[in-house]
Design a protein around this ligand. Sequence first.
Ligand code: NMX
Ligand code: MLT
Length: 435
Amino acid sequence: MVSQKLSDLNKQHGGLKIDEVSLAQLVGGMRDVQCMLWETSELDANEGIRIRGYSITELREKLPKIPNGTEPLPEALFWLMLVDEIPTAEEARFVTDQWIRRSQIPEHVYKVIDSLPIETHPMTQFSIGITSMQTQSIFTRRHQEGMNKNEYWNATYEDTMNLLAKIPRVAAYIYRRTYHDGDHIKPDLTLDWAGNFAHMLGIKDPDFKRLMRLYLTIHADHEGGNASAHTCHLVGSTLADSYLSLSASMNALAGPLHGLANQEVVSWIYKMIEILGTDTPTDEQVAEYIKSTLAGGRVVPGYGHAVLRKPDPRFLVQKKFAEDYNIKSNLIDIVWQIFRVAPPILESTGKIKNPWPNVDAHSGAILVHYGLKEFNFYTVMFGVSRSLGVLAALCWSRALGLGLERPKSVSSEWLGNYVQSKTSPSKNGKKEQVS
Ligand code: NMX
Ligand code: MLT
């Protein structure tokens, strides 16, 4: 068993050093420091994400689909993350059925969301909606009843399954409330998880259901260090249940340097179109716009990454989807034009480590094509998908019995003193060097 193996490793080799931390890493957001366990995926700087060993291209190809379907089922990805095996079509169907059965939302959740001003950002509504469902937590109830720690995994699994079943409904409710005068669409219980989400959003094109299957698969997991995953892990490590851990995770995703970038990309492009007065700009005009963004001390949204050093395969697979489904629009052309024009400009700054697009550079333009134009909602869609990865990982953290996360912090004064102690002459007259 994985948990036994881990505990044996820890007992026998607990003192083994697996990484070091430099001062720059401490100050600079802990890039690359290997200090957390995450079972479901691993990120390679050049190859991109592998979920249980499978690349984005392999997932698109190998995961089960609906009968005669073309895109992977996110249900199947969830099974893969949890079980470490690609499920059969029947096994994926089992997950779909479970989520249909568990999808009823308590009435008070709608009331909580409806009590918020209509202009409340959809991510805020989403986070509050998830928190308000915490009344349903099996883990928290059983913990109060004195649950044995060996049962934590099971209670977390039940909460996770209940929560994932409900997430698309909450998200669609927020969308229809905010942008369609509360004209809600009943779920279609014959559909798969992503297909039903597309249906409840109210976009009728059958290809949009296909897009949602792919979209909800590719945004699900990006190893453990990204802010939404790490937040879920940290909050979960206090034995907060799946609901509390996920809503915290969604608050991290709502930041502009993280998931909100998908919203920012589209609004940034629209601003360019407005300034230039054309949606067919020349390369020179796009280049000028990028340079003016940089000169204004702002980031170019959708570009750069804390780990990746090549174009994000999640960007490339969305480009491929647009090509496969023959999706054409001026906005998509601009996204591809920026892909051509931006990297050399970003590279020429000499400081941006990755001049290539990330997942968020492409997603919005395809959504606009299908009529989902309200870009403030885009991060909620990312969040629906990210729920799969962070909650699968939370189940694993419980199964492995991982403890409270609590790193050591130091002050800048401590750091200054430490540097001095390592670099100033010691008693024997020699300088100690920091390695
Ligand atoms: N535009 C302008 N400047 C950038 C960009 C960019 N796209 N990317 C990095 N830089 C700057 C960065 O701000 C930093 O500047 P300074 O030294 O003045 O503080 C410098 O380049 C070095 O940063 P890196 O080490 O290359 O990147 P880091 O790991 O610090 O940050 C991101 C990673 C993703 C936060 C950064 O690339 C960024 O802000 N990108 C734009 C926002 C975005 O697309 N976020 C979405 C990420 C994916 N997701 O979904 O979460
Ligand atoms: C993600 O999907 O979480 C983003 O690409 C950010 C990251 O991995 O750091």
